[in-house]
Design a protein around this ligand. Structure first.
Ligand SMILES: NC(=O)c1ccc[n+]([C@@H]2O[C@H](COP(=O)([O-])OP(=O)(O)OC[C@H]3O[C@@H](n4cnc5c(N)ncnc54)[C@H](OP(=O)(O)O)[C@@H]3O)[C@@H](O)[C@H]2O)c1
Length: 320
């Protein structure tokens, strides 16, 4: 695997480009401020009267309606929440974005699951920083930068990949690193990582451990403190260590739990977990650079014009 650094991720592919940030929340705010500090020309598109509009103005950005920002941009960064992607794309991007411009998302979900079909005359790329916006900004200011995953879905201009790398460089600064992925891989691994561990096994195993300790007569407060504190300490350790260096009790995650996790991955891959029914059958790597999105428009399960609901599954990893 290649880890791209400052040397490969040259900002020149976006030299002189105007970047529109649509969505000024955790990610949008960090992206906009970091890109501005790298010398890019920024405009923020926000709903009139929204908190996003107020925050962006207070940070010194020029703020216009999202449609206007799309019309004047060379790159449109859609950093609004997933639930709004289709509506924002259809109303504020598709009718206005220039031919040969770039549409960028910070997570592949809405495009991978075909919530909208981007126009074929624009580049479609992904730059997903690993970390919430506050960390993206903090690491940039400290000169370190976060790791970004990047991918190309549609390369209408021949420059999509260079533009994605330039954007990754812009939000991470000189210290950043980037790894190439695909929309399928970024989306499916992020969903799985989130549902299998922090939203799947971790809360249940922490509650079970606390219950076992309190049932055995230990004070609930002490039980809670110990379980949470030990979990946090191990997670902090995992950030700096290779997984193999950590010793775990292999009796707890047994073959049954692994099978249930594998089933969960299957539901993510075929779109069931996202609630969309069969959607994108692309496998990791399929949509890298030129692979494409032919065959898009498959049934998504969500009627056109309806907001996309984030999946709310109850994966029963531990269930017998
Ligand atoms: N958070 C992370 O750790 C992380 C990491 C990597 C990638 N991402 C991705 O980054 C993107 C943004 O996530 P986030 O955490 O920054 O979300 P967020 O903090 O919830 O911000 C969402 C922004 O979207 C705006 N918005 C919502 N509906 C809108 C609409 N219909 N039209 C225009 N703007 C609208 C909101 O503005 P108002 O409501 O004020 O109008 C707000 O500024 C998502 O694709 C997410 O998956 C997040």
């Amino acid at each position: 695997m290649t880890i791209y650094t400052d040397k490969e991720a040259s900002p020149t592919a976006l030299e002189g480009a105007r970047i529109a940030i649509l969505g000024y929340g955790s990610q949008g705010r960090a992206h906009a401020r970091n890109l501005r500090d790298c010398g890019f020309d920024l405009v923020v598109g926000a709903r009139p009267g929204s908190s996003a509009e107020r925050k962006a103005r207070a940070d010194g950005f020029r703020v216009v309606a999202a449609a206007e920002a799309s019309a004047e941009a060379d790159l449109v960064s859609l950093t609004a929440s997933e639930a709004s992607h289709r509506a924002v794309y259809e109303k504020d991007i598709a009718p206005f974005v220039r031919r040969g411009a770039t549409l960028l998302v910070a997570h592949g979900f809405s495009i991978h699951y075909h919530q909208f079909d981007p126009r074929h005359d624009i580049d479609v790329v992904l730059v997903a920083p690993k970390g919430p916006g506050e960390r993206v900004r903090r690491e940039f200011e400290a000169g370190r930068g976060v790791l970004c995953l990047f991918a190309v879905r549609q390369d209408a201009t021949g420059s999509a990949r260079a533009r994605a790398l330039a954007y990754a460089r812009g939000i991470s600064g000189a210290g950043g690193r980037a790894i190439e992925t695909s929309f399928a891989e970024e989306t499916e691994t992020r969903l799985f990582a989130s549902y299998a561990v922090p939203q799947g096994t971790a809360p249940d195993s922490i509650s079970a451990a606390i219950a076992i300790l309190t049932d055995a007569g230990y004070q609930p407060e002490v039980a809670c403190f110990q379980c949470f504190d030990e979990t946090k300490a191990i997670l902090d350790l995992m950030h700096g260590a290779a997984l193999g260096e950590l010793v775990s009790d292999t009796r707890l995650v047994d073959d049954g739990a692994r099978e249930r996790m594998a089933r969960l991955l299957g539901e993510i891959q075929d779109g069931r977990l996202a609630g969309f029914g069969p959607a994108d059958r692309a496998r990791p790597g399929d949509d890298m650079v030129s692979g494409e999105a032919d065959g898009r428009g498959a049934a998504t399960g969500t009627p056109p014009g309806q907001p996309i609901a984030w999946p709310n599954p109850q994966p029963e990893i531990w269930a017998a």
